[in-house]
Design a protein around this ligand. Structure first.
Ligand code: BES
Ligand code: MN
Ligand code: ZN
Length: 518
């Protein structure tokens, strides 16, 4: 819920109309814009760079205040490293870095001057568009409830009595580059993806008192405005469908469950089998009767990170009019302890018919996914299924918070996801699916139990989900407990809710399913 940042493109020789400019260049001497500004300011720029020993190394910068004869209040030189070695995700990160330097100081408008010499095959407009995307991602901040920014003038109690959020200062960014029209066109698809990331971050950051299952579903329904076809299944519909494991998680909450189905028909044939994306949407996970310890429980407002990512991805695909058919299905529930809550020892018949003994009500995500995955396969006969879930603490023990765990029953699908991860910088690490984990789920009283004991928790969780995947359906499961929330901040994300996975899956779709479709 950031105040919007208006991004436009202008020519390199257009005067930066802002008080601040970040000049993105590698070899300063090679950049015609630097040369021109340097000449106009009587050699000041290169002199300053030399004095600061600025060599244009990647993600280094210097700031020159009020450079003489230039109408720029602050000129920030941003290093790129060797331009020919930078990838798309490097340019995105650099755009984020540049915006970070800009917004470190108060300014309402700013320019980024992208005059990068020697970038090899990468076209200047592609670089400019990526820089803009990175800047947009970096600009995100969840400020919806900040009516009072500590110590700030005009803040609440100091004039701002109408409970409106304090706006961001930066509202306008101009990206100067060689071919602004082309850059502007190239930016459209990237803006769509950034918009999807914003949607996911907003959902994850929103507290659970505001975002219950019904409110989440309402927000999804509003996405018809971007061209998605949206259906919301209420409790009656879910009961009719026998989504009993999903409903068993929700039954302790005063707030009823929902399942949202988002369809995007972008392929030539509307009836071509879709790609299916499924998300865990536990708006708050107390653990239920197997209640979690108090410390850190507030983080469980983010236990819908999988559903948020799927929603953001669908927005990205629709906004950039991706030539594919895709469906996003999310199970939205709240896991609460109460007199109506499910108990350890309860046995529930899932939609698939598999009976599940609930040995720990905190292992609830897999119960939600079991029914939603089954429904996705039954109804849509998808060409593949990918689920995302903040599923286990164990995945963080295994991988930390920089990598998501990838489980897949199909090597090609796994490799495609690993490749997209490399390209976007949203990292995944493949984890094992193995018969040995399966055995740990045997139950005396039902077909399967919902936890597999002390060790390998992320692997037994994946093994559980696998039971609900039909034969011959390529399937991947991403355990994003570490990456979806409170992940390490970086150049393009300073928010608690990271929106992790939107870029990864968008790239996965674009690289593998769009060529030849147009
Ligand atoms: N939502 C949690 C997993 C989680 C933990 C996500 C911390 C993000 C941060 C999940 O529902 C859960 O509670 N998993 C249990 C499973 C166990 C009871 C088998 C876990 O990982 O401890
Ligand atoms: Mn849980
Ligand atoms: Zn959970």
């Amino acid at each position: 819920m950031s105040t919007p940042l208006e991004i436009t493109f202008a020519r390199l020789d257009a005067a930066p109309e802002a008080s601040t400019a970040a000049l993105v260049a590698n070899d300063l001497a090679l950049s015609p814009t630097v040369a021109a500004l340097n000449t106009r300011s009587n050699g000041l720029i290169l002199k300053a760079a030399e004095a600061a020993e600025f060599k244009g190394k990647q993600k280094t910068s210097i700031e020159i205040l009020a450079p003489q004869k230039l109408d720029i209040g602050r000129l920030i030189l941003v290093g790129t490293g060797k331009a020919s070695e930078q990838t798309d995700s490097d340019w995105i990160a650099l755009g984020g870095y540049a915006l970070g330097q800009i917004s470190a100081r108060k300014t309402a408008t700013a320019s980024i001057i992208a005059d990068v010499a020697g970038a090899g095959d990468t076209k200047p407009e592609a670089i400019a568009a990526s820089l803009a995307m990175g800047a947009l991602l970096r600009h995100y901040a969840f400020r919806k409830y900040l009516t009072k920014k500590n110590g700030e003038e005009g803040a609440n109690g100091n004039g701002n009595t109408d409970q409106k959020p304090v706006p961001d200062r930066l509202t306008k960014l101009v990206v100067h580059c060689a071919a602004p029209d082309k850059a502007s066109a190239a930016f459209e698809a990237k803006r769509a993806v950034a918009d999807g990331v914003y949607v996911a971050r907003d959902l994850v950051n929103e507290p659970a008192n505001i975002l219950g299952p019904v409110e989440f579903a309402d927000r999804v329904k509003e996405l018809e405005s971007v061209g998605l076809e949206v259906e919301i299944l209420d409790v009656d519909a879910l009961t009719e469908l026998n989504m009993n494991t999903l409903l068993s998680v929700a039954q302790g909450s005063a707030r009823p469950a929902r399942v949202a189905v988002m369809q995007w028909h972008g392929a030539k044939s509307k009836r071509a089998k879709p790609l299916a994306f499924v998300g865990k949407g536990v708006v708050f996970d107390t653990g239920g009767i197997s209640i979690k310890p108090a410390a850190g429980m507030e983080d469980m407002k983010g236990d819908m990170g999988g559903a948020a990512c799927v929603t953001g991805l669908m927005v990205a695909l629709a906004k950039r009019k991706a030539p594919v058919n895709a469906v996003g299905i999310i199970g939205i529930v709240e896991n609460m302890p109460s007199g109506t809550a499910t108990r350890p020892g309860d046995i529930v018949v899932s939609m698939s018919g598999i009976t599940v003994e609930n040995l720990n009500t905190d292992a609830e995500g897999r119960l939600v996914l079991a029914d939603v995955l089954w429904y996705a396969q039954e109804r849509f006969k998808p060409r593949l299924v990918i689920d995302l879930a903040t599923l286990t603490g164990a995945i963080m023990v295994a991988l930390g918070k920089d990598f998501a765990g990838l489980f897949a029953n199909d090597d090609k699908l796994a490799d495609q996801l690993l490749a997209a991860a490399k390209e976007t910088g949203e990292k995944v690490w493949r984890m094992p699916l193995d018969k040995s984990y399966d055995k740990l789920l045997d139950s005396k009283n039902a077909d399967i139990k919902n936890m597999g004991g002390r060790w390998g928790g992320a692997c037994t969780a994946a093994a559980f989900i696998k039971r609900f995947i039909k034969k011959d359906v390529p399937w991947a499961h991403l355990d994003i407990a570490g990456t979806a929330m409170d992940a390490p901040r970086n150049e393009i994300n300073t928010s608690w809710g990271s929106g992790w996975g939107v870029q990864l899956l968008d790239r996965f779709v674009a690289d593998n399913f769009e060529r030849g479709e147009k």
